[in-house]
Design a protein around this ligand. Sequence first.
Ligand code: ZN
Length: 117
Amino acid sequence: MTASPLCVACGVERHAIAIEPVTARYEIRSDECPKCKTVVRLVNARRAATGKRKLAETRGIGASKPTDWSEKEISQLIEMAGQKIPVREIAKLLGRHVGSVRRKAWPLGLIVDWMVH
Ligand SMILES: [Zn+2]
């Protein structure tokens, strides 16, 4: 999470008042000083959803969420896990990040020792 910038004049932390997506990868965040009410706008790289989202505005913006798994992908994952295919291979075959595969496999009870490699 990007820390809120301090207001140079007041020395207090600014509060994010708006986040506007610019592209799929970047967004502009507006931070307002609670004392002097000046606003600074910063371009930030957008983060993948990590659970803790302070601002609801950032939700649901942009292209399809890569975290959504189709039924087909889930069954492929289960099948490959059953064949003890290394998680890196599974990730490659599904076109996903290793972390994403692990996160999906965990609630399915597929996390076993091969998953750590
Ligand atoms: Zn200020």
